[in-house]
Design a protein around this ligand. Sequence first.
Ligand code: ZN
Length: 226
Amino acid sequence: MLASIADFFLPPTCHLCGCRLLDSERVFCVRCIETLPRSRYHLMPMNPMERRFAGIVPFVRATGHFIYSRNSDLASAIHDMKYRQFPSVGHRLGEIVGEELNMAGFFFGADCIAAVPMHWWKKAKRGYNQADYIAAGLSCATGLPISNELVASRAHKTQTAMTLQQRLENLSGSFRVKDPDALKGKGLVLVDDVCTTGSTLRSLAEEIASAVPDCRIYLLSLCVTV
Ligand SMILES: [Zn+2]
């Protein structure tokens, strides 16, 4: 009842266009969701994300669902999700991606989902790891459980201005699998927010492949740059 009273005085609005949301809508209105730029990579054989990782790390499937470009509506939503305390944006986008990829069979053979882990100190400063929210949205849409076996064991510097090689060196030794036996023989969906050079997913997948050689890895980024 309190929620209904709050909605009456402060009706929920679309995070992108500001229009009043219908009862059936959450975070974004249907029109804004429809206009988000999709890559449709999951429908292509050997798509650009898969080409990026082929021969470097073992994976079953790889995709980046939305095309990220600077100054776009999507970029501002991602910025809010990461830096302006709107993790619900990540959860909703995760749900949308989960629904669309699930319908296309992307998760066939997958057993669980894990977000790219954030070092505890960075998470304490930010208050949350946005990738956890994306993973939770994906989990809601697909029914796949969340795995908490991955940890960021070492803090690393901000990578924005680095080359791929510098990023890989910066990330070296950053991730660890807590209990490799828990992922033995499992299909694990790794979830990141934005894939630019692919260095984060690559470093994490390399660590998993070395700790759990028979883990089947799916690489999934909410957004991808082209
Ligand atoms: Zn809208």
